[in-house]
Design a binder for this molecule. Structure first.
Ligand code: CAO
Length: 557
């Protein structure tokens, strides 16, 4: 057994960098190339891999420490002397790299830009079609294209990311070396590429010469794009392992998960699980996404009842809290109906642009009439509430404003105009909320409607409603009048486009004939789908409804 001291390798032109994550602990066995820690400069985050396998004996750095090339990271107990051979060479590659860089400077300064092969040139001229190619990827052989960020017709500027490549060790964004218009793509997701592989044809804007000096090139490339173009060597290998920390670009982050702060292993995991990294909050240092964040995100999504995520909403789920920490609790299972209602409510609320129109109907006369029918109602064994009058008034309003008796086709291309008048009404039962439907309300009397309300309500409470009893509604009434409240905004019962919420009748002073008189006022809220119905129509429907309820003789006309 030999103890190896693992040091910070050459970090290119980064001076002191911060330790932002420790990925191993004492006693842990690491394999060669396992990431040991993450360093962060102003420009990039870098995972430092183990140069050999072994067991971590001690760790010399702490989070927040500033380190530089040569700083001790940790000691590894390794099995063979192979590591010693490696260490004896460890100073050389850096030297070699510098020599190599020097050669490259000479090479590039000696060769005029115009004389270079077109695929490698970094000059562009106005209106000239250029083929942008995969740059030098260090010692990476073939790497996979994991994302393509542009399409034909797109305009790109210098340093705009064209594609993201991924090797076993790194995710690398390849930036554009010139500005212009993308004419055609030569790669697609899943392709294997290597240095020199054509990425796309670009109609370049105007002459641009990218400096050829390696140092400047390094700045230009490493700073934002996360890919490097030095020749393969030890130094370069480490630089090429940099995950990208790009400037936040909210739109693309949300859509593709590219401009996020995550290392290659995390990106790989996210891709395997189909997770959009742009939606994952990072809990690592400085918001870096770590593997646990992906697992938590997936767990959260799995806990959302089916249908909740079908809206394309990108909010992160509410965390499940262990409430027993705060006091006594009990878990109460939800019925199938409750869960289904929740899914439908969520879908309807989050996909339909609701507008709520508030109003009050003066039902003093209606109530007087209803009171006068009490004896007849008792004789017939029917309970006559305000609800059947609301059915009638709603149907007359739907006839007057047929734009409310429609369904919006999912394509958005057309409305389905209904010529029948079936009205649903919300019934609260112990098992949950149901909406039985009274058919052909326009053809039924107030008494018939009253009877049917009672009949369907009883069926609902006994859980005897059939599927047919709950189908075909054109418009829904949700009455909380028996319970109280000055009003509420009901959620539209899609595919309908409007619903009426009914509050509790209240006696209010109203100014009539030069004096205040007590009137029975019924609060109403019309919620309507603003995709199908405009605001003026909403106001007119609501006013008309109020007028009908204020003088029920109008229902006869
Ligand atoms: N203002 C004042 N009193 C009202 C009223 C109003 N707007 N609406 C009803 N009442 C009275 C009734 O007149 C009745 O009084 P009496 O017992 O003195 O005769 C009492 O309240 C109970 O009425 P009801 O609820 O039995 O009958 P209804 O026809 O008004 O309503 C039904 C039937 C099925 C709609 C109702 O029982 C119900 O389940 N409502 C809940 C609906 C619901 O859950 N909506 C929310 C959906 S979204 O979550």
């Amino acid at each position: 057994m030999v103890t190896e001291v693992i040091k910070v390798p050459d970090l290119g032109d980064s001076g002191e960098v911060e330790v932002i994550e420790l990925l191993v602990s004492v006693g842990q066995t690491v394999a060669e190339n396992d990431s040991l820690l993450v360093l962060e400069s102003e420009k990039a985050a870098m995972e430092i891999p183990a140069p050999m396998s072994g067991v971590v004996k001690s760790i010399a750095v702490n989070l927040g420490d500033q380190v530089q090339m040569g700083s001790e990271i940790l000691t590894l107990e390794v099995e063979s002397l192979l590591s010693i051979e490696l260490e004896s060479e460890s100073g050389k590659p850096i030297e070699k790299a510098k020599e190599h860089e020097a050669e490259k400077v000479e090479e590039s300064t000696n060769i005029p830009v115009e004389a270079k092969d077109k695929s490698e040139t970094t000059s562009a001229s106005s209106g000239v079609q250029e083929t942008l190619t995969v740059p030098d990827l260090g010692d990476e052989g073939e790497v996979e294209v994991i994302e393509v960020h542009v399409s034909p017709g797109d305009r790109v500027n210098i340093d705009d990311t064209l594609i993201t490549l991924e090797s076993d060790k790194a995710a690398m964004d390849v930036p554009s070396t010139m500005a212009g218009e993308v004419k055609s793509l030569k790669v697609k997701v899943g392709d294997k590429v290597s240095m020199g592989t054509p990425i796309l044809d670009l109609l370049a804007d105007e002459p641009v010469v990218i400096p050829q000096k390696p140092t400047e090139q390094k700045d230009a490339v490493i700073s934002d794009s996360g890919f490097r173009s030095e020749p393969a060597d030890t130094t370069a290998e480490l630089v090429s392992r940099q995950p990208v920390k790009a400037e936040p670009k909210p739109e693309s982050a949300a859509v593709t998960g590219v401009d996020v702060y995550a290392g290659p292993a995390v990106r790989k995991l996210a891709r395997e699980l189909g997770v959009n990294l742009g939606q994952v909050p990072g809990s690592g240092a400085k918001g870096r996404i770590v593997k646990e964040d992906i697992h938590d995100f997936v767990k959260g999504r799995l806990n959302i009842p089916a249908g909740f995520s079908s809206t394309g909403m990108s909010q992160s789920p509410v965390a499940d809290i262990d409430f027993s920490k705060f006091g006594e609790i009990e878990q109460i299972p939800r019925s199938k109906l409750q869960k289904l209602t929740a899914v439908n409510m969520h879908r309807n609320w989050s996909t339909i642009p609701h507008v709520a129109q508030f109003n009050e109907a003066d039902i003093t006369d209606l109530e007087a009439f209803r009171d006068a029918q009490k004896i007849d109602a008792e004789r017939m064994g029917v309970k006559l509430t305000v609800l059947p009058f609301l059915f009638k008034a709603c149907v007359k309003s739907l006839k007057e404003y047929p734009q409310f008796n429609v369904a919006l086709h999912s394509s958005g291309e057309y409305l389905v105009q209904k010529k029948y008048f079936h009205i649903g009404f919300a019934v609260a039962t112990e098992a949950g909320l149901v909406v039985p439907v009274i058919r052909n309300v326009d053809q039924k009397s107030i008494w018939e409607l009253a009877e049917e309300v009672v009949e369907l309500t009883n069926k609902a409470k006994q859980r005897k409603l059939t599927k047919e009893d709950m189908q075909g509604s054109c418009f829904t009434i949700s009455s909380l009048g028996a319970i109280g409240g000055t009003g509420f905004i009901p959620i539209i019962n899609a595919p309908e486009v409007a619903i009426l919420g009914v509050g509790k009748t209240e006696v209010k002073p109203k100014f009539k004939s030069a004096e205040f008189v007590p009137r029975k006022m019924l609060p109403l809220t019309l919620s309507y789908d603003h995709r199908a119905v405009n605001g003026v129509d909403g106001g007119m429907f609501s006013s008309y409804l109020v007028k009908l309820l204020g003088d029920i003789r109008l229902l006869l006309l």
